[in-house]
Design a protein around this ligand. Sequence first.
Ligand SMILES: C[S@@+](CC[C@H](N)C(=O)[O-])C[C@H]1O[C@@H](n2cnc3c(N)ncnc32)[C@H](O)[C@@H]1O
Length: 269
Amino acid sequence: MLRELFTLWRDRGSRLARSLGQDREAVSIDARYRRCRAAWQPHLEATRDLILDAARAAAGRELAMVLGSGACLDVPVAELAGQFRQVVLVDAHHPRPARTLAAALPNVRLVAADASGLVQATLDAARGRAPLPDPVPRPEVLPGLRPDFTASVNLASQLAIPFYKLLPRRVPESRRQAFYRGIVQAHFDWLATRPGKTCLVCDTAWERADGETVLDCRDALEGVVLPPPDRTWIWRIAPRPEESPAYDRQNRVVGYLDFAAVWPAPGLE
Ligand SMILES: C[S@@+](CC[C@H](N)C(=O)[O-])C[C@H]1O[C@@H](n2cnc3c(N)ncnc32)[C@H](O)[C@@H]1O
């Protein structure tokens, strides 16, 4: 706990990262990774393999963009930097390991951005200055870039979570649910309309399990249903006794090598 507080104190995020709570989240991810490293390894390798297999199919070699890069535990940054002239890593917060990695690779650039594009609009709505966007608009993430390859990496299930706190209680429950769902849907619509090849890795369900028996299961995508994936696996995110001595926590993960090919076209930009 002391180590986590110290890490946060040394690596406090920007205003954006703090609004989304992602600097704190990065410290928790790092701490859990250190405790559960062996259990996470198959998931991290499966994610990296899928990204590299998808990237190989990209027609151009100019620019690769990765969203949700975080500490880059699951992102094959050096390999991508060897395949593309430039690699842009996008996250609300780039913790120290990502900054160290990028500093060692001259063609890797870190960009701090809100992948949902909704932080300011939600804060305005919370202060009563504007209505909550309805429908949720498709985000504009670095609109000037035309990547040959874009990967969204273990991000989609995380997008709505900070808004649970940002949205005021006076907003009716059904309205809030529709907003969270819209955030996830808009992210997939955005990803599927990128130029170049697109790749998606995300968790779809959060489970508590006892060995092979699933005790309960929660949807991780706010009700958005994805088409059949190219690959699936389980992320053993918190084997006992990490969260409880009574159960293991695990996430169902899906991977798409060519997301735009399977996601219903929302209309090109
Ligand atoms: C589960 S982590 C992904 C793991 C990460 N690839 C790694 O290897 O450490 C989710 C990431 O999404 C980022 N994130 C969540 N919401 C975001 C948003 N609105 N905009 C940009 N990044 C966001 C978090 O900062 C975090 O790094």
